[in-house]
Design a protein around this ligand. Sequence first.
Ligand code: ADP
Ligand code: MG
Ligand code: ZN
Length: 414
Amino acid sequence: AEDPRRRVLKDVFGFDDFRPGQDAVMEALLAGRHVLAVMPTGAGKSLCYQVPALVLGGLTIVVSPLVALMQDQVAALRLAGVAADTINSSLDRDANVAAWRRVAAGQTRLLYLAPERLMTTRMLEALARLDIRLIAVDEAHCISQWGPAFRREYEELSRLSGIFPDVPIIALTATADEATRTDIAARLFAGSVESLVLGFDRPNIKLGIETKQNSKRQLLEFVQRHAGRSGIVYCLSRKKTEEMAAFLEQNGVRALAYHAGMSKDAREANQNAFMTLSGVVMVATIAFGMGIDKPDVAYVFHTDMPGSLEAYYQEIGRAGRDGREAVAHMLFGLGDIRMRRLFIDEEDAAAEHKRRAHRRLDTLIGYCETAQCRRQVLLGYFGEEASPCGNCDNCLDQVPRADGTAEARIILGT
Ligand code: ADP
Ligand code: MG
Ligand code: ZN
């Protein structure tokens, strides 16, 4: 008989093949094991629990940190004919009551909840009476105090495995070094885990780093080389996003700014323009990006160094989701190092936290300064071995340099 996973993949989602990692994750889940899936942005983590949810029947609970993400996912699932619901603070009381009626009547396959709503006594008691087959915790790195995005509401989720001892839990994240992985497993699975580190490579993204000289001019040149394509430009400060966007506009590039200091309306308008038009450059702080699924982003350009290799990796993962050639380009200078160190030192945090943040930063600086294949260094950090990629500046530079020497020898007659 046909594999039920494949049938759901095809009939419900319309895909012929699993992406790297998806199959193994699903198999482990369907065998009743806990799974930690560490897969890059765009790898297709949602399907890793959506397909098993439909194969298993009963109810799957999905924990997600952002209401907007939950709404998007539920809407997409419903379009595919899947009985999905969410109960959240942005819905009115009637809508939440109606959703709960469907859940209680066993009609809902996937229920999306924010962690603070799931972990209320009332919700947990009500859910305990239902047929829960699977629990998915998205953006699971938020549970780790060592991670860069710790959320107090996620901490409560560590009680889940005790409350639902027979239900497999899948934790999903795009960013987790070894310490964070161990932490997630300890908290969510009480240590017992089938940990999977999968599919990190995004070979279609060309990696490059350039010494920072004149960011504005360097950015403009880069953008002009990719004229007509959509791209994301990350800047450290809000002010700089506006300056850079204005500068690009002055030079005939369609550019928009995005940062948390803008009004909600302005942010939404710019995000919508970026999502729906092609060839728009979004100049943003890291406030822009979570849950952005635009397949044809041709590049991610960092005018400033991010805070960690995890952050860098997550940010560049927004490029090239359609599998086409894409570029991740960063400007890097000593000023960046100084600035980042200062940020950490000025943080109101425990000494141990600062020590780790400095270590993370050192790793990223190592990546910026390496003469080795960048992909090897990047993947190596996430525990994956790779041979030289041929698609990073260090790999590509070797070719002309070798030729240049040969040419010089001929010319000089040595
Ligand atoms: P992630 O959460 O890992 O960032 P998503 O779950 O949002 O990624 O998926 C990213 C995109 O990949 C979505 O548009 C999704 O429909 C698509 N996708 C996922 N799995 C497959 C597959 N097996 N075949 C084709 N497209 C897929
Ligand atoms: Mg996701
Ligand atoms: Zn390389």
